[in-house]
Design a protein around this ligand. Structure first.
Ligand code: NDP
Length: 250
């Protein structure tokens, strides 16, 4: 068995793409998602792509008991957790002046509180085991830039970044690195409704220097690198994976 990797929100989208990249390395994957059936199906598909003895389990990251059970189940079955990827996230796309407090709270619960519960639970085990570990949080370009319909989302991703950076300062002495990957525009179910319209699709060609929208595995390759043993001296950073989009100044 190679490394044991937990990926939250990995039944589809970017999380699944991250799983595909880890599968190529022969990793054992814990695919955690709110939908148990979808998580199990994804785990089986990823084993067919090279992952080993993966499992899918139900975990809503906003529920601290379910997060602890996810970590306990992984340790019970595999004996260890080497890597945690905080990928579960939501983006309601609602105007900041029309957003209800409930929507704001839900975005914070999933994107910030959920990542906090997962990091604490996984890092406690990594510290006890004494063999280090890797934690990667999927933030967004919105950790730095935003718009009227992403006020909650950007606030949550900025908080997720500083949660991860703060944990990097706390966990480094245990050989645990904590980093963020900030995707640019990636085609998934979260964003498909927008990027498949003719205007936005055309905009990609002019605003993204590499000339195409990103894929979930574009993000996965970066996560696998930050989770690798060779990345041991990288901690507390954000690696932007956006085809150069944020570098364009007009
Ligand atoms: P998707 O909506 O396509 O997939 C998200 C997955 O997370 C779904 O399987 C969803 O389950 C699951 N999920 C949602 N809430 C929870 C929860 N509370 N606990 C566990 N799992 C949950 O999103 P993407 O793949 O596009 O996004 C993945 C991550 O990447 C997010 O953190 C997002 O913010 C970030 N990101 C995405 C970008 C993009 O362009 N797509 C750009 C920048 C960042 P279900 O299907 O049941 O809802």
């Amino acid at each position: 068995m190679d490394r044991v990797v937990i990926i939250t929100g990995a039944a589809r989208g970017i999380g699944y793409g991250i799983g595909q990249c880890f599968a190529k390395t022969g990793a054992t994957l814990v695919i955690a998602d709110v939908n148990l059936e979808a998580a199990r199906k994804a785990a089986a598909q990823l084993d067919a792509e090279g992952a080993k003895q993966s499992m899918g389990l139900a975990c809503d990251v906003t529920n601290i008991q379910q997060v602890q059970a996810m970590v306990d189940d992984a340790i019970k079955r595999y004996g260890r957790i080497d890597v945690l990827v905080n990928n579960a996230g939501i983006c309601p796309f609602i105007d900041g002046m029309e957003m209800s407090p409930a929507v704001w709270q839900k975005t914070m619960d999933v994107n910030v509180n959920g990542a906090f519960y997962c990091i604490q639970a996984a890092a406690k085990h990594m510290i006890e085991r004494g063999k280090g570990g890797r934690i990667v949080s999927i933030t967004s370009l919105a950790e730095n830039v935003t718009g009227p319909a992403q006020v909650d989302y950007a606030a949550s991703k900025a908080a997720m970044r500083m949660l991860t950076v703060g944990m990097a300062t706390r966990l480094g002495k245990h050989g645990i690195t904590c980093n963020c990957v900030a995707p640019g525009m990636i085609l998934t179910d979260m964003t498909r409704h927008y990027w498949e319209q003719p205007g936005p699709a055309e905009m990609i060609k002019t605003r993204v220097p590499v000339g195409r929208i990103g894929t979930p595995t574009d993000i996965g390759h970066a996560v696998v690198f930050l989770a690798s043993p060779e990345a041991y001296y990288i901690s507390g950073i954000t690696l932007r994976v956006d085809g150069g989009h944020q570098a364009v100044c007009n």
